[in-house]
Design a protein around this ligand. Structure first.
Ligand code: AMP
Length: 309
């Protein structure tokens, strides 16, 4: 059984989409990654994060009910939980961040529980790059695969720290705009090349409703996103993708390029559920049967026979 360490925010989110608006609901990168990775059996996952005294116990229970260990989730009783608010444009592919209140995150020092310091897979969710590095530093042996996710917010305020931690990870998952910002290249092929040079041997570029690209030097793989009639709320899709990717790698223990292709498909399939309802709502009711059927849809969508003369 592979161990998976998940680091990231556990948060309150307030979301506005063309379909509606929510008050503070459960969110956070580690939450979405955890809910997604929890769909894989035979893995032993733990979350490392921080919340304030205002964070409901029922929300933490949602993680433990899905067998995500929360020993590494610190509760700062007198502090306030990280809060993020965003508003989506009509195309649902782009959003404006309305508020990012770091709160307890500002003075957060992550602690990886001792029993997870030898984890094979480490998923560094969106957080300050120094926090991500601190988690890597606590591992007692080099993980089989270290995956890092980040966003423009950290590029804007901590680019040098981000470049430093990138030297120590195997895989980066970012969206297309962030790949351009990080590399200074418009073409995603050139962006991936530049990002390879920064450290990660594998570069996954998420393109929202246009799927995801996986690069490994000269090798390239494309997984579409399932065309959905209704996208309700894209929040957390990127993290859900990362959780599916990391969860599948942890379950199989295989870090070859071919296996990563399957991990990208799992990530895309799980993300396609996330966007169907507000926040984490859809991930909480997801069944194995639904995942199986969606994977079948992915296969049907992309499989074709062509005779090459
Ligand atoms: P995604 O839609 O996959 O990019 O992730 C959305 C989640 O990221 C939300 O649930 C937020 O709580 C969380 N989030 C937003 N901004 C940040 C940030 N600067 N650092 C860490 N997590 C964030």
């Amino acid at each position: 059984m592979s161990k998976l360490v998940i680091v990231g925010t556990v948060a309150f989110d307030a979301i506005e989409t063309p379909f509606g608006k929510t008050d503070k609901i459960l969110g956070g990168a580690a939450t979405y990654i955890g809910f997604s990775a929890a769909n894989f059996d035979n893995i032993d996952a733990a979350a490392v994060s921080v919340v304030g005294g205002d964070f409901p116990q029922e929300y933490l229970n949602l993680l433990t009910e899905r067998k995500i260990d929360i020993e590494g989730v610190e509760v700062v009783k007198e502090g306030k939980t990280f809060f993020w608010s965003g508003k989506y444009h009509n195309d649902m592919n782009s959003r404006d961040t309305l508020a990012t209140e770091l709160n307890v995150l500002e003075h957060f020092t992550p602690v990886v529980p001792e029993s997870y310091q030898d984890a094979e897979i480490v998923m560094l969710g969106n957080l300050h790059p120094l926090t991500q590095q601190s988690v890597l530093d606590q591992m007692s042996k080099k993980p089989k695969l270290a995956i890092l996710d980040t966003m423009n917010f950290w590029m804007d305020i901590a680019m040098d720290d981000l470049k430093a931690v990138l030297k120590n990870v195997d895989v980066i998952t970012i969206n297309d705009e962030e790949a351009r910002q990080l590399s200074g290249e418009y073409s995603l092929v050139n962006a991936a090349k530049k990002i390879h040079e920064m450290g990660p041997k594998y570069v996954v570029i998420k393109k929202g409703e246009h799927g995801a690209l996986l690069f490994n030097d000269e090798n390239m793989f494309y997984a579409p996103a399932l065309p959905l009639a209704e996208v309700f709320d894209p929040t957390g899709a990127g993290d859900t993708f990362a959780g599916g990717f990391a969860g599948y790698i942890a379950k199989t223990g295989n870090v070859s390029f071919d296996n990563m292709k399957k991990a990208v498909i799992y990530g895309s399939a799980l993300a396609s559920f996330c966007v169907e309802k507000f926040g984490t709502e859809r991930m909480l009711t997801l069944t194995d049967k639904e995942i199986y059927e969606r994977l079948q849809q992915f296969k049907d969508l992309t499989q074709f026979e062509i005779e090459l003369k």
